[in-house]
Design a protein around this ligand. Structure first.
Ligand code: HEC
Length: 206
């Protein structure tokens, strides 16, 4: 015999109503977002990196997807942003092909310290250093061809033009000595180029 159903208590009614409202709100917000995205011709997130892949780079791109790198990394709209991930878009503006190749083959000696996943032993990405050398070379070439555009978070130089946000951060937070010691490269194309060249030179010497 099943128990006769009891009417909901007032507390339960309130709880279910509030939970129901959350769901309704989430569904409405999702629909509005989809409509806005489909009506707008601007992408939701502007891409600030680009890639021009050589033949070896294209092979590397395929190997990158086929060898499980995308479980932890992201590159060219493939892979994950979740958890302990490194976003590798734009990495070619920070690391050279030689550095990447050396890292993939012997991560810890290239980092000069212990790693979380890439080092030897039981770690989840330990398999990477055991892959065939020519596959790692192709992947390193692919990664070195992922370039950040000016203004991306992985770029060496700041975005073009004035940014009221950056101005207010500099005014509020930069110590006075910095303002005397460093100059604002955004105002000066020659200084901007020099800063960019210096940053590129720095990545050339790991
Ligand atoms: C289990 C997760 C995981 C997998 C799978 C993985 N990685 Fe990583 N990767 C990491 C983590 C975490 C780091 C940071 C270094 C560390 O602690 O291991 C990293 C660092 C890197 C770096 C250095 C980034 C930098 O600038 O310091 C490169 C390059 C890289 N991974 C490439 C790859 C490639 C290529 C593959 C596939 C063949 C791969 N990874 C698979 C987790 C992973």
């Amino acid at each position: 015999m099943s128990k006769p159903s009891q009417p909901l208590k007032p507390g339960e009614k309130i709880l279910f109503t509030v939970a129901g409202l959350f769901v309704v709100f989430a569904v409405i917000a999702f629909i509005i977002m989809q409509v806005v995205i489909s009506k707008s011709d601007k992408p939701l997130f502007e891409t600030k990196t680009h890639a021009e892949l050589s033949e070896e780079g294209q092979l590397g791109s395929r190997l990158f997807r086929e060898n499980g790198c995308t479980t932890c990394h992201r590159a060219l709209r493939n892979g994950t942003n979740m958890g302990r991930t490194a976003d590798l878009d734009g990495i070619g503006s920070r690391r050279t092909q030689e550095w990447l190749n050396a890292f993939l083959q012997s991560p810890e000696s290239t980092y000069g310290s212990q790693t979380i996943d890439h080092g030897p032993g039981q770690r989840s990405a330990a398999y990477v250093s055991e892959m065939p050398k020519q596959d790692l070379h192709a992947i390193a070439t692919f990664l070195s061809e992922l370039i950040s555009d000016q203004g991306s978070s992985s770029a060496a130089v700041p975005p073009k033009g004035d940014s009221p946000f950056i101005d207010s951060m500099v005014n509020t937070w930069a110590p006075k000595e910095w303002k005397e010691k460093y100059k604002d490269v955004r105002d000066d194309p020659a200084a901007l180029k020099e800063a960019n060249d210096r940053a590129i030179q720095e990545i050339q010497q790991p």
